[in-house]
Design a protein around this ligand. Structure first.
Ligand SMILES: [Zn+2]
Length: 208
């Protein structure tokens, strides 16, 4: 890839947008009212808008290695707070993907330096679901299951936050756990029962 092409591509993209709507950028610059907060992996193959078939302005996006929602990560917590409290999104999505390098790395016994504390959060998911995961003999299937369980745990981490708890009282905010299968291109809804989880964990994580 020639980096200069990016600017040529940008020119083409502008032309394409203006050909359809000459006020496209004027409208885009007026402000944003996204309906979705999308938290996904930084993996270059798992784009946010493209796989959802949505346009600029429709999703507030945060991406990091293995789509983690850590309570100590000021970045994801700021994005979450801004999206839920100020932009008032009604859907918060955690989207993982099969073939995730972060999840794979967490399953291996390797010292990865600065990545160790980050991947430890995934190892914690493994520890929480050790019995389920160890019962899966096929390594590939176990890896896929960890991808799914990690999404589920990150959804729970969202529900632990004050901003999601507050929003769920005043409006119909929903947390969704999805997995992208890059071998088929399919987006899979894990159908996590938000209300059920909320009931189950509120005894411990209730904040107000
Ligand atoms: Zn990934």
């Amino acid at each position: 890839m020639d980096i200069k092409n990016i600017f040529k591509n940008n020119e083409e993209w502008i032309k394409g947008k203006l050909a359809i709507d000459e006020d496209y950028f004027k409208e885009l610059s007026k402000g944003q009212t996204p309906e979705i907060l999308y938290i996904g992996c930084s993996d270059s193959r798992v784009t946010a808008e493209e796989l959802m078939g949505i346009n600029p302005g429709e999703a507030f996006v945060h991406r990091n290695i293995a789509n983690m929602v850590s309570s100590l990560d000021l970045n994801v917590q700021s994005v979450l707070n801004y999206a839920v409290t100020h932009l008032e999104v009604n859907h918060v999505v955690v989207c993982g993907h099969y073939g995730c390098g972060g999840i794979k790395a967490a399953m291996e016994s390797k010292d990865l330096g600065i990545l160790n504390p980050w991947l430890r959060n995934i190892r914690d998911v493994y520890r929480l679901h050790k019995n389920t995961l160890n019962a899966i003999e096929d390594e590939h299937d176990r890896y896929k299951k960890l991808v799914e369980l990690n999404v589920q745990e990150q959804c729970i981490n969202l529900i632990k936050t004050a901003c999601v708890q507050q929003a769920s009282k005043s409006r119909d905010i929903k947390v969704h756990g999805w997995v992208f299968d890059m071998e088929t291109g399919k987006l899979i809804d894990l159908e996590i029962n938000f209300q059920e989880i909320l009931k189950g964990i509120m005894e411990i994580y209730h904040l107000e």
